[in-house]
Every structure is written in structure tokens, then in C-alpha cells.
Design a protein around this ligand. Structure first.
Ligand SMILES: *Cc1c(COP(=O)(O)O)cnc(C)c1O
Length: 387
């Protein structure tokens, strides 16, 4: 069904998988009437909503725009606080700041690096309006506990599911576990549209708000105006141009058809890594709860600093052509957050300690068993040399 790409020497940490079907679809759309908003946008939204088992999906320009739109739909505004984990990409917290609100960092669980519901509850004040859970590496958060907290304090529960499309939690798919769930279609994620993002929700009001926000805050869409033979529209709120194009959504539709294959490949690679890595001293992988089906956007290992320095391992592997990476620098340690919100080292000790140990190994659908063996072989050699 899909062509396999051949690697020559370098193994990147992630890479998109584009085949002839993807290319054909985009070429067809280039010959059609619509380049930006057209029928493919709606088709892609329906397809993702159906895939997840959710009522609505609203596609936007990228994952960050999707997070921002979700903050808007949740009514986040100046004076509000939103609880976020530190172990994530900066966009998760930035989206809160876009709406003039304050991100409040709740530390993570040391075994999974997922936001810790106990820490979340400790951070709640009378200004708290929402919780953003990040399904780090592709492992769904503890949504039962987070849901209980959200209900108890009347908060909106948002899932930053940029790592976890297709992941499962107690028999349910990601996209149905929070009030709104966010996907990114950046090339390094499970499926790509070049740049792209989506918010998935069961809530009718959220869906209306999200659609308005992506189109300048205008309350009707151009297609509808054309159908109704009217020029009239009203801008009722300040929005953005966060639209995604038909070109991108056509690619997204074609990629979505391959998602089951991508997930299967990622899970196979992760299982093979675990099998090979358990023989190596000084390395362990993150815990996977038995009630989840992991989507493995990332394969993260924890390096025992007493055995080998993570910095040395990182540099040695890179110089040997193995595309390792570090996800993430805890967001609260970035100068912007320190300066603007007074965050500091010591605020989230679990995430800070984990940050010294984490290393992301290459994982992408076209990666074969041989390449997994190559990564582990090089890893093992560097550790042996150092000890
Ligand atoms: C990729 C990513 C985003 C941002 O998505 P973009 O499409 O790059 O804007 C946000 N949060 C997390 C956790 C991500 O991995």
C-alpha cells in the first residue's frame, strides 16, 4: 500500500511519510476551483471527528492556532489563570498568554512526565478557569482524575493532544476525553498537512466560537453568504485569520487514511526499542499505564547520570548520525516566563529533574527494525566507551 523510503546513513528523530496518493490528491486540488477554504476543509473535519468519535472538529492553520482558538472558546481572558504542565512545547502555555491570562504550572508525575492531578488541585485559585492536559509523547493523561477536578471547580478541561491522535484511554479514543482536544499536523506529528491544526469537541457552542475565531470574529461564512445571495456579515468579536486551506486538508484526508498504519508502525518500533533497551544498563523508558494505548509520537528514555552524562550521550549520538533530541526544556524556565510571570527554578522540581535525564530517540513510520537496532547499537557503544 505504501512505499518505503530508504535511509542513507543519517537517522532523523522524526520524519513525515508522504506517498504517491498524498501527492496525487494535492495535485488534483491544485487543478480545482478552491485553493483555500473549500469542500476539503469540511471533509477533513468530518473525517477527524468521525475517527475520534466526536461531534465537531474545527480545522485551523496550525496546532498553536488551535490551542489559541480553544482558549478563546473557553472564554479565557485577562485576570484568568489556566493550569498547564511544564513538560511541553512552549505553545501550550503561550496560548494562555495570547488571551491575556496567566499560565500556572503544575508539576508532572516522575514516571510518565504527565501532569499530576494532585498538583493540579493544589494550584487552583478562585481565578482558575481551565486545565490543559498534555498527552506527553503520546500517552493520554489521567483524564478520570482531571475530569473530577474540572467538575468540582467548574473548569474547562482542554487536551493538548498534539502527540496523541489515535491513542486510547480505558477503551476510548483521544479526542473524546476532554471538553476540547487539540491536534497538530506539523510534519513531525502523526499525520501532516504541512502546517495545520484542529480542535475536536462535542460542545455545539464551542464549535460555533471556534469557527468564528478562525475567520476574524465574523459570524457567518462566505460560502453561506453566497448561497443566501447577501453581502451582509457582522464582525462580533476580534478574531484572526487562522484558516487552513483546501490543499492542506486534501493532504490531511489522504494522511488520515494511513493513520492506522502509522500508529501500528510507531507501536512496533517502540516495542522493539523496549525489548532491546532492557539489556542496557543506565537507561530506562517511561512508564506506560496498562489502561492506555500509547500513540508514540516520541520515544523518550531516561538516562541515569551516574552511568553516563546525558549531554555526552546526546552529542555522541548526534555525531554518529543518530537524530536524538530533548523534549522539553521545562516551559517555566524560559526567560520570557521568568521575566513576565516570575517563574523560577524549583517551581516544578519533578519536571526539572526529568529534564536533566530525558532523551528522545528516533521514531517515525518509515523506520525499520534495522534502524532501531542501529540506534540501540550506537547507544550501547557510547555507554560502554564511557564506563
Ligand atoms: C507541535 C505541538 C504544538 C504546536 O503545534 P504547531 O502545529 O506546531 O503549532 C503544541 N503543543 C504540543 C505539545 C506540540 O507537540
Amino acid at each position: 500500500m505504501v512505499k518505503k523510503e530508504v535511509n542513507t546513513g543519517n537517522i532523523p528523530y522524526g520524519r513525515q511519510f508522504i506517498d504517491d496518493d498524498d501527492i496525487g490528491v494535492v495535485v488534483e486540488i491544485l487543478k480545482s476551483e478552491f485553493l483555500t477554504t473549500g469542500p476539503k476543509v469540511h471533509e477533513f473535519e468530518e473525517a477527524v471527528a468521525n475517527y475520534c468519535g466526536a461531534k465537531h472538529a474545527v480545522a485551523v492553520a496550525n496546532g498553536t492556532a488551535a490551542l489559541h482558538s480553544a482558549m478563546y472558546a473557553a472564554g479565557i481572558s485577562p485576570g484568568d489563570e489556566v493550569i498547564v504542565p511544564p513538560m511541553t512545547f512552549v505553545a501550550t502555555a503561550n496560548a494562555v498568554v495570547f488571551q491575556g491570562a496567566k499560565p500556572v504550572f503544575a508539576d508532572v508525575n516522575p514516571d510518565t512526565l504527565l501532569i499530576d492531578p494532585v498538583k493540579v488541585e493544589e494550584k487552583i485559585t478562585d481565578k482558575t478557569r481551565a486545565i490543559v492536559a498534555v498527552d506527553y509523547a503520546g500517552h493520554p493523561c489521567d483524564y478520570d482524575s482531571l475530569r473530577k477536578i474540572a467538575e468540582k471547580y467548574d473548569l474547562v478541561l482542554i487536551a493538548d493532544a498534539c502527540h496523541s491522535i489515535g491513542a486510547g484511554y480505558k477503551g476510548r479514543l483521544v479526542g473524546t476525553l476532554a471538553d476540547m482536544s487539540i491536534f497538530s499536523f506539523h510534519p513531525v506529528k502523526h499525520i501532516t498537512t504541512g502546517e495545520g491544526g484542529m480542535v475536536v469537541t462535542d460542545d455545539d457552542c464551542f464549535a460555533v466560537s471556534l469557527k468564528k475565531f478562525r475567520n476574524h470574529g465574523i459570524s457567518s461564512d462566505p460560502q453561506r453568504r453566497k448561497e443566501n445571495l447577501t453581502w451582509f456579515y457582522e464582525m462580533t468579536d476580534l478574531g484572526f485569520n487562522y484558516r487552513i486551506s483546501d490543499l492542506q486538508c486534501g493532504l490531511g484526508l489522504s494522511q488520515l487514511r494511513k493513520l492506522p498504519f502509522f500508529l501500528q508502525k510507531r507501536r512496533e518500533i517502540a516495542n522493539y526499542y523496549k525489548e532491546l533497551l532492557c539489556q542496557i544498563d543506565g537507561i530506562r523508558s517511561l512508564k506506560v499505564e496498562d489502561y492506555v494505548e500509547h500513540a508514540y509520537h516520541l520515544f523518550v528514555i531516561l538516562v541515569d547520570e551516574e552511568k553516563i552524562s546525558r549531554k555526552h550521550l546526546f552529542h555522541s549520538l548526534l555525531s554518529r548520525g543518530i537524530g536524538v533530541n530533548v523534549h522539553y526544556i521545562p516551559v517555566h524556565l524560559h526567560p520570557y516566563y521568568r521575566n513576565r510571570f516570575g517563574t523560577y527554578k524549583g517551581l516544578c522540581p519533578v519536571a526539572e529533574e526529568a529534564y536533566e535525564k530525558i532523551l528522545s530517540l528516533p521514531i517515525f513510520p518509515a523506520m525499520g527494525k534495522k534502524e532501531v537496532e542501529e540506534v540501540v547499537c550506537q547507544l550501547s557503544a557510547v555507554i560502554k566507551e564511557a564506563s
